[in-house]
Design a protein around this ligand. Structure first.
Ligand SMILES: [Zn+2]
Length: 391
């Protein structure tokens, strides 16, 4: 079995791997890299697109799904597996991040989408696909691909200990592709959440909180210390996300639903409200945030960013200029969580995605089987275990 690293290894963005085994080739995720030059915006395919049998998508964030129309333009015409929640969010992501020519020629409606129920095994050719809840967004999943040589476990983006999104424990595997987005960041999500809630309480009379529509927005809403506002187009998708979270604690369900319903709705033609305001996306590249961030800069309105800021994005520039604060709201594993996943799966070979080389080297000091050197364009070969050696 071969694992081709097509994007998101040695870098953050455009996550994609191809697993090739038993005569079948399955591509896992098809992301884009925000802010990258044209040549680095899409994954580097390891083989011609029309030789890929199927694609499986973990969730609808741009670094996992943004390249779907481009992939079709390269000649891929097979089935694309995703959950109903991911399918519901993908049109907005593609509208914001797909190349316009690819989106026009290969809209989502023209693609062969196959819906996945998380937890139900399915087959693609000779390979078996298992999925579990990722804990990262509503309808997000991890993907395990099993062939005769063994099992490859693709985390996508996961959060093992979210208060909002429960995660299914990972199965045992032979190769683990960890979500290494935070490198070896040792600060727990609880401590970060306390720091963010304190910042918001200090700016209760008005502040801008850019956040991606899915995932982190609900995590931020869960910790709001007082009244807050949201961009008007967020309410319906947030309520739909809350409804679709499997295993959500009933008390948390009530709290989140009440808070979204009672949040003040903000239109981008309105003045800023005298309370914290959540707008999407999280970096100012698209959505109401693209309008609100320049306005906040012009008015010296306080801003707090809480996630990844790609180089050159409005959020990155505002933060670099000292015009905005930044505190990470963990929506990926922190150090202890990644170490625990490396141990619990008892896996012989670990790679990490969505992390630049320095952070990966730090993480490798804590996870003995993590190879921090892998970069896109490389292939890992998983050899079939020799039956005669097994006891
Ligand atoms: Zn994500």
């Amino acid at each position: 079995m071969q694992i081709h690293f097509q994007g998101g290894f040695g870098e953050k963005g455009r996550l994609s791997v191809c697993v090739e085994g038993d005569g079948t080739t399955v591509m896992l995720d098809a992301g884009i890299k925000v802010g990258a030059p044209d040549a680095d915006y899409h994954p580097q395919l390891a083989l011609p697109a029309d030789e890929i049998d199927a694609v499986v998508i973990t969730h609808a964030h741009e670094d996992h799904v943004g390249a779907l129309c481009w992939l079709a333009a390269q000649g891929f015409s097979g089935p694309i597996y995703m959950t109903a929640e991911t399918l519901a969010e993908t049109p907005m992501t593609l509208a914001q991040y797909a190349r316009p020519a690819d989106l026009a020629a290969h809209p989502l409606s023209s693609l062969d989408i196959q819906l996945v129920e998380i937890g139900q095994r399915f087959e693609i050719g000779k390979l078996s696909i298992d999925t579990g809840h990722s804990g990262h967004v509503a309808g997000g999943m991890w993907i395990a691909v099993t062939g005769t040589a063994g099992r490859v476990m693709h985390c996508g983006d996961v959060v093992p200990n979210s208060d909002v999104f429960p995660m299914t424990p990972l199965p045992g595997c032979d190769v683990l592709l960890l979500d290494a987005s935070y490198g070896a960041d040792p600060v727990s999500s609880k401590d970060r959440a306390v720091a963010i809630a304190a910042w918001i309480a200090d700016h209760s009379d008005g502040a801008l909180l850019p956040t991606p529509l899915s995932g982190r927005s609900l995590e931020l809403i869960a910790i709001q210390p007082g009244p807050f506002a949201i961009a008007a187009d967020m309410a319906a998708p947030l309520l739909a996300q809350i409804d679709s979270i499997t295993g959500l604690d009933p008390a948390m369900f009530g709290k989140l639903s009440d808070r979204v319903r009672s949040a003040r709705n903000w239109q981008d033609t309105d003045d800023f409200p005298n309370m914290p305001l959540l707008v999407h996306d999280g970096m100012g590249s698209a959505g109401p945030a693209a309008t609100a961030i320049p306005l906040a800069l012009a008015r010296n309105h306080p801003m707090l960013f809480t996630g990844h800021l790609p180089a050159g994005s409005p959020g990155a520039m505002a933060h670099a200029d000292g015009r905005a604060d930044w505190i990470r709201m963990p929506t990926h594993p922190t150090l202890d969580e990644n170490v625990a996943m490396g141990q619990s799966t008892n896996v012989p070979q670990v790679f990490g995605h969505s992390c630049p080389p320095e952070g990966m080297a730090d993480l490798a000091r804590h996870i003995p089987n993590l190879d921090p050197t892998v970069v896109i364009g490389q292939t890992h070969v998983l050899k079939r275990k020799d039956a005669s050696c097994e006891s």
